[in-house]
Design a protein around this ligand. Structure first.
Ligand code: AVJ
Length: 323
């Protein structure tokens, strides 16, 4: 019974968000966190294999190359928490490096039970690491992790993959401040950020030739159909990736090919969508290195070290919580 009530709650929260985003005045929108149901997560994993999308490979390369140095910069007993573990494959290098030093706890925080299970399987073979997963929203999970801290133990928070870029500004600063508030001075944050790069390269990365990103985007409508009993006709929408130069962000939209009316039965509403109108589904901000430094400072962190990939402009920044 308890699980059932919980999933009903989740359906109604999803429904309320969808309703708000589709019926608001002006630009319609759907929150990007809903892109990641089971199918959406698989599609994202596929995106990360595309030649046009170098982000995930750059992230992993940096972590592989510099894991030893990252660990050396954090002496003593350290507990590793990760916000949004995904499949966990990128995290392997850091955990192996910590495990060589001493027994280490790794606490992935994920809203997807499937992703947590996959991460546990992927990392199960690493010596001297115990995995304690938290099926929670990021900040809730981090609070619980902090509550398990032993005296003298440091927390390293991993926030990889440039997920921070999905927050608009200044929501990114606010989010890092909230992380900082849960931490103590001397704790650390390793933040992955995708950097500014030529617009053509960005458009290719978010509108790939195989159409995987288009499928990833359209799956959001398919998910609303599946879970909220809606009647979106997927062929009536077109994937669009555009660069917003004012905010230095790639935006994903779904553009209606003609006038239509859509009903979302389980959320109890219907909405008219005009030909050419778009539903905004994701923002992916591209940072400058200066901006990353400013972000750290505003949130109460000091930059301890930074590594930038030579093939794909992406940065890993190790920040330490200030006093
Ligand atoms: C997982 C949020 C980093 O913004 O690049 C990939 C998601 N969207 N292609 C990104 C995404 C379209 C991705 N992040």
């Amino acid at each position: 019974m308890a699980t059932r009530a919980l999933s009903l709650d989740a359906v109604s929260a999803f429904g309320a968000d969808i309703r708000e985003g589709l019926t608001k005045k002006g630009q319609k929108e759907l929150a990007s966190k809903y892109l990641y149901d089971e199918l959406g997560s698989k599609l994202f994993e596929t995106i990360s294999l595309l030649p046009e999308y170098g982000l995930t490979r750059a992230d992993e390369r940096l972590l592989r190359r510099h894991s030893r140095e990252i660990v050396e910069r954090l002496p003593g007993d350290t507990m590793v928490a990760e916000l949004g573990s995904g499949s966990g494959s990128k995290t392997r290098w850091i955990l192996e490096a910590f495990g060589r030093r001493r027994h280490t706890s790794y606490c992935p925080i994920e809203i997807s039970a499937a992703a947590l299970a996959a991460c546990r399987r992927e990392l199960a073979d690493i010596d001297a690491i115990s995995i304690v997963g938290f099926e929670r929203e990021y900040l809730e999970g981090l609070l619980e992790v902090a509550g398990r801290r032993r005296v003298g133990q440091r927390i390293l928070v991993l926030f990889l993959g440039s997920t921070i870029g999905n927050f608009d500004h200044p929501a990114d600063v606010k989010f890092l401040k909230e992380i900082r508030a849960i931490l103590q001075a001397g704790d650390a944050l390793l933040l992955g950020t995708d950097l500014e790069k030529p617009v053509e390269q960005l458009i290719a990365a978010y509108d790939d030739s195989l159409g995987v990103t288009a499928a990833f985007n359209l799956n959001l409508l398919a998910r609303v159909n599946r879970e909220l009993d809606a009647d979106f006709a997927l062929e009536e929408f077109e994937h669009e990736a555009r660069f917003n130069a004012e905010t230095s962000s790639i935006e994903m939209h779904l553009r209606a090919r003609r006038d239509q009316r859509v009903t979302v039965a389980k959320a109890g509403f219907s909405v008219a969508i005009r030909a050419g109108e778009t539903i905004w589904t994701e923002t992916s901000h591209k940072y400058s290195l200066k901006e990353v430094g400013a972000l750290a400072g505003k949130a109460g962190f000091l930059c301890e070290a930074q590594w930038v990939d030579g093939e794909w402009a992406f940065a890993e920044t190790l920040m330490v919580a200030g006093t």
